[in-house]
Design a protein around this ligand. Sequence first.
Ligand SMILES: [Zn+2]
Length: 257
Amino acid sequence: MKERRSPSAAAQADPDPVALGQQKPEMKGSSQHETIYRAISDAVIEHRLKPGARLREDALAEVFGISRTGIRKVLQRLALEQLITLTPGKGATVARPSAEEAREIFDARRMIECALMARLATRISAVEVKQLRAVAQHEQQALRGHEQSAAIKASAAFHARLAELAGNQTLAPFVAQLCSRSSLILAVYGHSGDLGCDCNDHNFLVDLLEAGDSDGAAEFMHKHLHAIESSLSIDEVVDETPDLRDVFAVYRDAGAR
Ligand SMILES: [Zn+2]
């Protein structure tokens, strides 16, 4: 089955955004909901589904070959994670974070991630340093190849991995969720061509962690997150009605029922 990508997998030369989000699905048994959940959240994070885009239950049920009840369960999970919004009578749409939410999310990230960096600097291993460099390199390759969605995903993966390595299993999934929501914020308030993190920042951060510089790593993370937030601007975004059959074509074509 399709699992969350490990750092080593993320480091492989596979910057194709379509391949990243649309690996050949395996749609059997209890993994089916997980596969669909992952497919939709990837499409949101990679901006193949834009903020405000409507997600029709019947179209998704058809694309993924499951019941509307099954789709509804997946949508409820995505709504809990605030990647989508469920509105009675209107259905599901990709969430569009408000300016205030955007500020709050970056504020929360600064509070948590800076503290985690201070701790991580005291415990990171050589192997983990190598893994982080591989994720940063993957991100850099994606950016060089103008694979924007792959770069955004790699950026989020880098931050989520940092939180995991810091060793607090309660905070790590929360940071991962904040990173997913940040990707959405970048889609709403970022400028195309300037979406995501500065890779040089990521490399420099790993240098600080490797050197065991707790204060330096925490301080640099603060600057890094502040720089991303500062690069955003608030603009109106027009509603879109994506063709869900196109976005998830690989699932439809797989004919999985
Ligand atoms: Zn970053």
